[in-house]
Design a protein around this ligand. Structure first.
Ligand code: ATP
Ligand code: MG
Length: 292
């Protein structure tokens, strides 16, 4: 395994002890202003475009970016803003919503496995199998529809085994060349309220508003508990979680872009070199072409 996650103030430690209550949802005070963050994002996007080209030419690694967050944290716009410069042939985004009947006929890692990125490409998951230890944990009644042969009354062990399945799955992917980075966009409850209100206030944002999202908000504390446990259980060197303060969008986007770029820069990717015998033939080909 050649990928080693770069450090970052937002990296969720691999050894546990991460507490959501201690985490900022706003940028640190000394952080750049909106305009500077936007400028920084622009140059990071350009760097990412270059890095994806090398990733593609190198053709050994694929990159998987997973985004999880409460509603209105800004998953969609972050994905759009970070990936905006990358060659569209070089990346793919998939969103995972309530599973279909066909998806429920398989194990919980099936639907995402079909969407994993190929070598040389960046794949983005907007939600993922992590919903299986988040929304399903907050609403364990969902398990009744999952057609599982056995669900114990005490679910503690059940969730632990789901974390284990996820860790082993990700480790397998990493061992085979998938570079995994996971982002939890940490929006505050107050900021979510403001964003919902602005969706109600502005007619052009009405389409984004969902009555269900406001209902889900009443489970905030249960969600935070599920997130905290999930982040501690599944942030690992081969598949790190980064907890990104999400109340300021320019800062959040820049921070995500920075982490992706820094991790890719640390990867041993390069344009393949042509061997000398082959290179010698280039001169022959040049002569042939020029003679035409
Ligand atoms: P947006 O609202 O921005 O279009 P979204 O990701 O919120 O994007 P929705 O269709 O509103 O999309 O919501 C998807 C819903 O599907 C979420 O409430 C999520 O918790 C739920 N979901 C995703 N995966 C699962 C799963 N495995 N089991 C149950 N519910 C899931
Ligand atoms: Mg939604």
């Amino acid at each position: 395994m050649n990928f080693e996650a770069i450090n970052s103030p937002f990296l969720v430690p691999f050894s546990g002890g991460f507490r959501i209550d201690d985490q900022p949802t706003r940028p640190p005070d000394d952080q750049a202003d909106k305009k500077t963050n936007k400028d920084l994002l622009k140059s990071l996007v350009a760097e990412l475009r270059e890095l994806q080209q090398v990733l593609y030419a190198d053709d050994r690694y694929s990159v998987l970016l997973i985004f999880q967050a409460m509603d209105a944290a800004g998953k969609d716009s972050t994905i759009r803003n970070v990936m905006t410069g990358v060659n569209p042939a070089g990346f793919q985004v998939f969103s995972f919503k309530v599973p279909s009947a066909e998806e429920l006929d398989h194990d919980f890692l099936w639907r995402t496995s079909k969407r994993l990125p190929e070598r040389g490409r960046i794949g983005v998951f907007n939600r993922s199998y992590y919903e299986e230890v988040l929304v399903v944990r907050v609403h364990p009644g969902i398990l009744d529809g999952q057609k599982l042969p056995e669900v114990p009354d005490d679910l503690t062990e059940f969730w632990r085994l789901r974390y284990q399945s996820i860790n082993e799955h990700e480790q397998h992917l990493a061992r085979n060349g998938t570079v995994i980075m996971k982002f939890w966009l940490n929006v505050s409850r107050d900021e979510q309220k403001e964003r919902f209100l602005s969706r109600l206030d502005e007619p052009e944002k009405h389409w984004k508003f969902s009555v269900g999202d406001v209902k889900e908000r009443s489970h905030w504390d249960s969600y935070m508990q599920a997130y905290e446990e999930m982040l501690n259980a599944t942030s690992r060197p081969w598949a790190p979680w980064y907890a990104i303060p999400a109340d300021s969008k320019p800062f959040m986007r820049r921070s995500v872009a920075q982490i992706v770029v820094d991790n890719l820069k640390a990867l041993d990717i390069a344009y393949p070199t042509v061997d000398p015998a082959e290179k010698a033939r280039f001169d022959e080909m040049r002569t042939l072409l020029e003679k035409e």
